[in-house]
Write a protein that binds this ligand. Structure first.
Ligand SMILES: Nc1ncnc2c1ncn2[C@@H]1O[C@H](COP(=O)(O)OP(=O)(O)OP(=O)(O)O)[C@@H](O)[C@H]1O
Ligand SMILES: [Mg+2]
Length: 228
């Protein structure tokens, strides 16, 4: 069980602007937001409101152009690219809309491959099998992605995100391509895992039913947080 008392995320007047063709697009504007350890938070808002940009700032995949981003007591502002990569590998689990599995690898190998620079295969493999079993995929471990359903592929993506025992899981519309039943199943699994493992979970979604399963909804509009 991870420490779930301290703040998992602290955004302090964080902004991200993009320069494009002489003008500036403010994708995230002066967002101040605290997410507690162990909380599950839905990020909602219309297309273009800044959800993905906000998640990318928290994940250290993008850098704030103003303000500060503190994740698990670590300020990301001054970290080098290689330190950010190591921070992500040690602390974060990322789930994307597309699971981006490698076609030539089995489900099990897909779960493991990104962590091979950090840990031995012999240590990773039993943990990956356990995670696939928890996610209902024990009989699918040796299948290639082409023989899995969309929901199964997405669960492989979740297993991959959890393999490093992250304290914080960030998911950007993880159910965007799934039908209602598969969406419900994936979210139930994520919520169960959050409770059991003491994770903090942040999910960007357009789906109000998804948001309802979570502790809190943060609403964005025009790059700002309008309700938290
Ligand atoms: N690399 C970039 N360069 C320029 N503008 C960008 C870039 N990335 C995002 N934007 C702009 O920033 C704004 C926020 O985009 P973002 O992808 O964060 O929205 P979103 O809320 O995730 O939308 P969606 O629900 O469609 O995924 C948009 O106006 C977008 O066009
Ligand atoms: Mg988005």
């Amino acid at each position: 069980m991870k420490d779930s008392v301290r703040a998992a995320v602290d955004l302090i007047s964080s902004s991200r602007s993009y320069a494009s063709a002489g003008s500036e697009v403010a994708a995230v504007r002066e967002v101040s937001l605290t997410i507690d350890g162990g909380e599950s938070v839905a990020i909602m808002g219309p297309s273009g409101s800044g959800k993905t940009t906000l998640l990318n700032l928290i994940a250290g995949l993008d850098r704030a152009t103003a303000g500060e981003v503190v994740v698990l007591d670590q300020s990301l502002t001054g970290l080098s690219e290689s330190d950010l990569t190591a921070f992500r590998a040690q602390n974060l689990g990322l789930v994307f809309q597309e699971s981006h599995l490698l076609a030539g690898l089995s489900a099990l190998e897909n779960v493991i491959v990104a962590r091979l620079p950090w840990e031995k295969r012999s240590a990773l493999e039993p943990r990956a099998r356990d995670l696939l079993a928890v996610l209902g995929l024990e009989t699918r471990a040796d299948h290639p992605p082409s023989k899995l359903s969309g929901g199964e592929r997405q669960r492989v993506g979740v297993a991959r995100a959890l393999l490093g025992n992250p304290a914080l899981v960030i998911a950007d519309e993880p159910t965007g391509n799934l039908d209602v039943a598969a969406t419900g199943e994936l979210l139930k699994l994520l919520e169960d895992l959050r409770r059991r493992l003491g994770l903090t979970l942040i999910v960007a979604t357009h789906d109000a039913a998804v948001a309802e399963t979570m502790d809190r909804t943060v609403r964005m509009s025009g790059g700002r947080v309008i309700a938290a």
